[in-house]
Design a protein around this ligand. Structure first.
Ligand code: MGD
Ligand code: MGD
Ligand code: SF4
Ligand code: MO
Length: 700
């Protein structure tokens, strides 16, 4: 890419926009001088991020202007990649999509999206799905098959809505399977502010994270045993009468069933399962229940990617309810949502997505349809052509060959497809499988409506992402899907000239326009409210029973545990009793400077952590002859990779933590698309069996 291809679209000055270098959407100030970015700073007036900025955001111009960035469409030919015009690219797309639909029906098109599309906000995703609805395919997939959706479903099943922790006002925070200093800086900032005001902190994590080191209590749990730990805490609350009896009596169903199960989880039993000493479990239960307000700050995938993924998250919601910390300041709260015109046209789509039969709750809970297939079925379906053929795929903003468990299988499956288009900034291992490459705009080159702060934290705020630059012929994801709709002949349903017009249509019921938002001095505006005491006002919860469901009839009717129970990961039987694969593998703990497979070639980020490192306790390392800094082979039942060993006593002995997103040593070569959680079909990425040996050592 040549810098001559960069056009600045805004006057010199300070422009407010929303970061997308990771999922949190912090408010940024971009200082533009002489048509270029002079510097970027945090927007102090953005109520979600309050001025925070992290190294990834500072590197945004490096991504935008990266020499390896691709900013023109390309088609694959026998001679290699060849640049084509957008007109040609749309012709190739419409020709292939039309042919696939004629030959195999609309379901034969799969669309897979990653985080950067999800972060376009609900409206960007909805416009993309509107395209799929009209085309007729239900087969939309996203990273939510492995991330976040699981806990949303669990909270809805338990509380009727997705509620979030009100960290700012909390007296006690339980940070569970979450290292926000790496993965969620705005949350880390809020937690530290609450600590400085005197709040208590409990951390449940097999590693001593920075917050764990500061915590009043750190429970170093054996991966995959969190439900047992939670039941142990519940058992203490019940035995000692520490739960909120009034709330439980008036507003919950299933207490007796829960109590019967919890009674089985005595401190001795739980200590045996989890490795956490009984007194620490009791102390955590007492501290959590004894605080005037308390909230659980759950990570967005560490508790989900297990056989008991959904049940782990059910436990989180149940502990909130048992202590009465629902719709209450400092507990769990929800915010009102901005009113948008409906964008989806589900009545036009044909049938249900892959997985709707086996994982009905992943598809829909009580009429609330999530509109996604279970991604872990995709590779298998393509390869086996069962229950029907999938023949074309569009990948937008995702690098599943590296980031999805079973990515190599998907890579093979993609090679068999009639047509693959990938929209990205760079030539990734996934884009390398495409017939057509579509150049995407970075977040500095696109208009979007960021309406998710209420779902991430209790901040009812709307922000607009601004288009500051045009780089080459890069197009924003939203603009692409609108234009593709028109080219496919769906003008009637895509009447908008561009993203701004489409978003203005979406915003109509709220009487807000993108232009009005852009004119706001702080780059966005408040809407609605944090809804405290909602269940009292409404006289109940949005569940079938109208109460918090400690026992879930919906789960029981589908043959699952109505009350959560510990279920061992199929690969681990009682911890380290497996002689062949004696260690526990957890993958994907976040590193501040990277986002999944991204930024490895952004110098200012990569030099902070130039090499992939797997964490292992010195005692465990000694047992297997592993030395600090040496190359170590990690083998699971599915595969093996080699990674440098980092010896640290801040990880539980017997556990190996492998980061994901590294192309040369992909954690997902150790995982597969086995759908470990019977409720959601989530894969197991955090409680697998493995073994290690120094590289070069003879195979055992
Ligand atoms: N810098 C950066 N930020 C990111 C991302 C990134 O790639 N880079 N990714 C973003 C995305 S999409 C997501 S989903 C989030 C993920 O965010 P989180 O899911 O919150 O992931 P982490 O913050 O790494 O915290 C996970 C913690 O869980 C611990 N853990 C592992 N297994 C278990 C277990 O079985 N039980 C318990 N209790 N703890 C366990 C790990 O040791 C780790 O400290 O981060 C987001 N933010
Ligand atoms: N083993 C293991 N695997 C994991 C995890 C784990 O914990 N362990 N975590 C999982 C989780 S939680 C998630 S969310 C997934 C993430 O999986 P992905 O979403 O596949 O993650 P990324 O590597 O960030 O891929 C994003 C791609 O989009 C491109 N891109 C960036 N901005 C834009 C844009 O604006 N438009 C378009 N079209 N492209 C853009 C980037 O160049 C990059 O290639 O990874 C999962 N993989
Ligand atoms: S934490 Fe950093 S990368 Fe993530 S949105 Fe905020 S500033 Fe951007
Ligand atoms: Mo994620």
């Amino acid at each position: 890419m040549h810098h001559a291809d960069v056009t600045c679209l805004v006057p010199d000055g300070v422009i407010h926009t929303v970061c997308m270098q990771c999922p949190w959407g912090c408010g940024l100030e971009v200082h533009v001088a002489g048509g270029a970015i002079e510097r970027i700073s945090g927007n102090k007036r953005h109520p979600f991020s309050t001025g925070l900025i992290c190294p990834k955001a500072l590197a945004a111009p490096d991504v935008m202007l990266h020499p390896r960035r691709i900013t023109r469409p390309m088609r694959r030919t026998e001679q290699g990649w060849q640049t084509v015009s957008w007109d040609d690219a749309y012709d190739i797309l419409t020709e292939n999509l039309t042919a696939v639909k004629e030959r195999h029906g609309p379901k034969a098109l799969a669309v897979a999206i990653g985080m950067p599309v999800l972060l376009g906000g609900n409206s960007t995703v909805s416009f993309l799905r509107r395209f799929c609805d009209i085309y007729g395919t239900p087969n939309c997939f996203s990273v939510e098959s492995i991330c976040f959706r699981c806990q949303i479903i669990a909270r809805i099943l338990t509380l009727g809505t997705y509620e979030v922790p009100d960290v700012t006002n909390s007296d006690c925070m339980l940070v569970w399977g979450n290292n926000p200093d790496a993965s969620a800086p705005p949350t880390a900032k809020r937690i530290r502010e609450a600590l400085n005001k005197g709040a208590k902190l409990i951390v449940i994590d097999p590693r001593v994270t920075d917050l764990a080191a500061r915590a009043d209590l750190h429970l170093a749990v054996r991966p995959g045993t969190d439900t047992a730990l939670a039941l142990g805490m519940m058992q203490v609350l019940m035995a000692e009468g520490l739960y909120d009896r009034d709330f439980v009596d008036r507003w919950t169903v299933g207490f007796e069933q829960l109590a019967r199960v919890a009674a089985e989880y005595t401190l001795d039993t739980v200590a045996g399962l989890t490795g956490v000493p009984g007194p620490a479990i009791a102390a955590a239960a007492r501290l959590f229940a004894g605080s005037p307000s308390a909230c659980i700050v759950q990570g967005t995938n560490a508790l989900d990617q297990h056989t008991i993924g959904l049940q782990n998250s059910r436990c989180v919601a149940i502990l909130q309810a048992l202590t009465g910390n629902i719709d209450r300041a400092g507990g769990f709260v929800s915010t009102s949502k901005v009113k948008l015109n409906p964008i989806r046209l589900p009545e036009m789509m044909e049938g249900e997505p892959l997985g709707a039969d086996h994982y009905p709750l992943f598809n829909e809970v009580w009429g609330r349809n999530f509109g996604e297939g279970q991604s872990m079925l995709l590779a298998e379906t393509i390869l086996d052509e069962k229950p029907y053929p999938i023949k074309a795929m569009i990948v937008a903003a995702s690098n599943p060959v590296i980031t999805w468990p079973g990515g190599r299988k998907l890579e093979k499956a993609m090679e068999t497809l009639d047509f693959v288009a990938v929209m990205d900034l760079f030539m990734t291992p996934t884009a390398d499988k495409a017939h057509l490459f579509l150049p995407a705009a970075t977040f500095l080159e696109r208009v979007e409506l960021c309406d998710y702060y209420g779902t991430l934290q209790a901040v009812p705020y709307l922000s607009v992402r601004r288009k500051l630059f045009q780089v080459g012929q890069a197009v924003s994801d939203l603009d692409f899907w609108i234009e593709l709709g028109k080219r496919m002949g769906y003008q009637e349903h895509f009447p908008w000239a561009d993203a701004t017009e489409a978003l203005d249509y979406a915003l109509e019921p709220s009487h807000i326009t993108i232009a009005a938002m852009e004119a706001e001095p702080e780059g966005g505006r408040d809407f609605g409210e944090v809804r405290l005491g909602l269940y009292q006002k409404k006289g109940g919860f949005a569940t079938p029973s109208g109460k918090v469901e400690l026992f879930s009839q919906t789960l029981a009717d589908l043959g699952h545990d109505g009350v959560p129970r510990h279920r061992e990961s199929p690969e681990l039987s009682g911890g380290s009793s497996d002689h062949e694969f004696p260690l526990i593998l957890t993958t994907g703990a976040r590193a501040l400077h990277y986002l999944h497979s991204q930024y490895r070639d952004i110098d200012r980020l990569a030099r902070r952590a130039p090499q992939a490192e797997a964490e292992i306790h010195p005692e465990t390392a000694r047992r297997f002859g592993i030395e600090e800094g040496a190359a170590m082979e990690i083998q699971s039942r599915q595969g093996s990779i080699t990674m440098r060993a980092r010896l640290t006593d801040s990880i539980l002995p017997g556990v190996v933590a492998v980061p994901h997103g590294w192309g040369e040593a992909s954690a997902n070569d150790l995982t597969d698309d086995y759908r470990g959680d019977p409720i959601t079909g989530y894969p197991i990425l955090k409680s697998k069996a493995c073994r290690v040996r120094p590289t070069g050592a003879a195979s055992s």
